[in-house]
Design a protein around this ligand. Structure first.
Ligand code: SF4
Length: 201
């Protein structure tokens, strides 16, 4: 069996297992809805925090207010390009919406999902670049390096170039306002890298 067939088998096996996974049902108090988007040759592996309550219902990642900012303002690409699984593997620290805490905020994604599934998926995709979104996801990949340092400099994961973005949630406006160079300069570099990948091959 060749290398590509091994990757394919591993990826498809993981996808099936994740889609059936209900490990966190008791912890959540409702049936988990794992969101899985991508294929074994997606050019860009994007990892963010966790699906929102909107995504929990429609099972389509970034089909919410954060997605509008990410797709149309930051990447400046169409839905067709974003949801083409040859372009993007759209993952997160957890595949399921984790529910709300007592303050009405989304709960922190269950760590077991990253350890059990996401680490394996990241290894199984034959991608070109990574985009890591938000402080929680970047901490999982880069440890305690300052978030500003990560956002404003190119990074490396598995020997490939990686970019770190702040979360595009409208709730994150303060960070964007406090770091004007992000919209003035950095996002243009990330956008160019994303578009170059999409338009390659
Ligand atoms: S969050 Fe991950 S580990 Fe928990 S039920 Fe969903 S897929 Fe399974």
């Amino acid at each position: 069996m060749g290398r590509k067939e091994v990757i394919l088998l591993k990826f498809e096996e993981l996808k099936t297992l994740v889609e059936k996974c209900r490990i966190c049902e008791e912890k959540f108090g409702f049936e988990p809805h794992p969101v899985f988007w991508g294929n074994e040759n997606s050019k860009i592996v994007q990892i963010s925090q966790a699906p929102s309550s909107t995504v929990h219902k429609v099972l389509k990642p970034f089909s919410d207010a954060s997605g509008k900012i990410l797709k149309y303002e930051w990447y400046q690409i169409s839905d067709e390009e974003f949801y083409d699984t040859n372009n993007f593997f759209i993952g997160a620290m957890a595949h399921c919406y984790p529910g709300k805490d007592k303050n009405g905020n989304d709960k922190i994604p269950p760590k077991c999902c990253f350890d059990k599934w996401v680490k394996e998926e990241v290894k199984a995709v034959n991608n070109e670049i990574y985009v890591i979104i938000g402080a929680k996801a970047s901490k999982a990949f880069f440890g305690d390096v300052s978030f500003e340092e990560l956002v404003f400099n190119d990074q490396i994961i598995n020997g490939k170039k990686a970019y770190v973005l702040p979360h595009p949630s409208p709730l994150n406006r303060k960070w964007i306002k406090d770091h004007p160079l992000f919209l003035e300069k950095r996002i243009k570099e990330v956008r160019n890298a994303v578009k170059k990948c999409i338009n390659a091959r």
